[in-house]
Design a protein around this ligand. Structure first.
Ligand code: THU
Length: 160
């Protein structure tokens, strides 16, 4: 029997002023689009922006449904928006921002497991890492350099 440990890396930014000009603009796009989220049931509004290798930017918001499981997260809306427009495109970065109509979200909101799996699919496909930035309404911004840092032991097509 062997005991092993997996450690992952991330960067903490205390404010968007610590980001590059381009990254700050991308975060601002995620924050702006967040307000258009359709989240009448949870009141939890999420916005995401995706930067492609060709510099195109796509956005997405969470879309809820009276049949709750039929709703979808902002990250997957943004990623699928990008990949359906640019099927051969490569995703460079995704920015995620969340706020609630019920309480102050003062911690970074990490993508859910299903969204991590969706990001993993495209990182695997494109053979280039995807940077993931996530934040709440206020507070720190976290950056992971790769989905591997958020989803160690990920399932991918090499297992099929
Ligand atoms: N949500 C996202 O859009 N992204 C996340 O990373 C976490 C959760 C949405 C789904 C649902 O509409 C609401 O937030 C509450 O879970």
């Amino acid at each position: 029997m062997h005991q092993h440990n997996i450690s992952t890396n991330f960067t903490v930014f205390e404010s968007s002023d610590e980001l590059s000009v381009i990254d700050k603009e991308l975060l601002e796009k995620a924050i702006a689009v967040r307000e258009t989220a359709y989240a009448p049931y949870s009141g939890f509004k999420v916005g995401a922006s995706v930067l492609m290798q060709n510099s195109d930017v796509f956005t997405g918001t969470n879309q809820e449904n009276a049949a709750y499981p039929s709703g979808i997260c902002a990250e997957r809306v943004a990623i699928w928006n990008a990949m359906s427009s640019l099927p051969d495109g490569k995703i460079k970065k995704i920015f995620i921002s969340a706020r609630s109509t019920k309480n102050l979200v003062d911690r970074p909101v990490a993508p859910c497991g299903s969204c991590r799996q969706a990001i993993a699919e495209y990182e695997t496909k494109q053979l280039e890492n995807i940077e993931i930035y996530f934040t709440g309404e206020i507070g720190n911004i976290i950056k992971a350099n790769s989905i591997k840092d958020l989803l160690p032991w990920m399932f991918d097509n090499s297992m099929l």
